[in-house]
Design a protein around this ligand. Structure first.
Ligand SMILES: C[S@@+](CC[C@H](N)C(=O)[O-])C[C@H]1O[C@@H](n2cnc3c(N)ncnc32)[C@H](O)[C@@H]1O
Length: 280
């Protein structure tokens, strides 16, 4: 039973960090003419209405992307990210937030391939209606951890993968590791982005170290902490993105943008970031 619906969380601080990294990775892939394949193992619905009952219920976007929307002092990469969010709102008012498939769609070229997996029937139906007929895109109703195997290696030997599970229960942490171990055997040169929540669970705390061990050719780890967990230790304090085989420019980009995100999205004095890498 899947309880998680990304519409509640669309545009929150975690989406900002994840989508900033996704944008820079795809822009880097665009630097060469040769086409690539982008695989989103947990794609969600593709895009989200911020006026809908889900987004309004928790209003998480108001503490996330909405804090960037009106700023006129954005550093370069965040400025490009907000420009993409604006492109997704052609009427001018801030009504919709692009999920990872919509952002990828805006960034990718007609010759590139997009492979999207989504397990929730409703989100899959919305995603299929949005991108099912798009050139170069395939939308799959299925398990993205299992489905990734069939997508690697891409025929062009160029590819980027976003692994963005909902971490309901504990099983997803182990599945991330198993899925990546297999994926790296099939396609060692791929760029792999893993999002994870900063929550008080041993599995979440250990995940970056476990991912490092899988990535002998180089990795980058970025984490943005914005709020205090509640007094029982629950709640999303922040989130991290771990990138295997990152573009060499990613570290400098994030070093310039993360302090700004702490300042604008931080909700308490302990807000901060971690940025670490082992270059290839
Ligand atoms: C965090 S959301 C994805 C958000 C999306 N990547 C974005 O950035 O806009 C996680 C999604 O994974 C879906 N999901 C959960 N388990 C899955 C699985 N095993 N395979 C594919 N999708 C799954 C959920 O229904 C949910 O829509």
């Amino acid at each position: 039973m899947l309880a998680y619906r990304h519409a509640f969380h669309a545009g929150n601080h975690a989406d900002v960090l994840k989508h900033l990294v996704l944008m820079r990775v795809l822009q880097h892939m665009n630097g060469k003419d040769k086409p690539y394949r982008f695989v989103d193992t947990h794609a969600g619905a593709g895009g989200y209405s911020l006026e809908g009952r889900y987004a309004q219920k928790k209003g998480e976007f108001e503490l996330g992307v909405a804090r960037l929307w009106e700023r006129d002092d954005l550093p370069p990469a965040l400025s490009e990210y907000v420009a993409l969010v604006r492109q997704f709102n052609p009427e001018g008012a801030f009504e919709q937030y692009p999920g990872s498939p919509a952002l990828a769609r805006m960034l990718m070229r007609p010759t590139d391939q997009m492979r999207l997996f989504e397990l929730h029937p409703t989100d899959h139906r919305i995603l299929e209606a949005y991108l099912g007929a798009a050139k170069g895109a395939e939308v799959m109703h299925g398990d993205g951890f299992d489905g990734l195997k069939g997508q690697l290696p891409p025929s062009s030997r160029r590819g980027a993968v976003l692994i963005d599970p909902s971490y309901e229960g504990h099983g997803d942490y182990a599945r991330v590791i198993a899925c990546l171990r297999d994926a790296l055997q099939r396609f060692a040169e791929g760029v792999y982005m893993v999002w994870y929540p900063q929550v008080q669970k041993v599995e979440a705390a250990e995940l970056p170290r476990r991912l490092e061990a899988l990535a002998p050719k180089g990795w980058l780890h970025a984490r943005l902490t914005v709020q205090k967990p509640d007094n029982k230790g629950f709640g999303l304090a922040g989130s991290g993105v771990f990138v295997i085989n990152p573009p060499y420019t990613l570290h400098d980009t994030l070093a310039a943008e993360l302090p700004y995100l702490v300042e604008v999205l931080g909700q308490y004095d302990g807000a901060g970031f971690v940025l670490d890498q082992r270059p290839a």
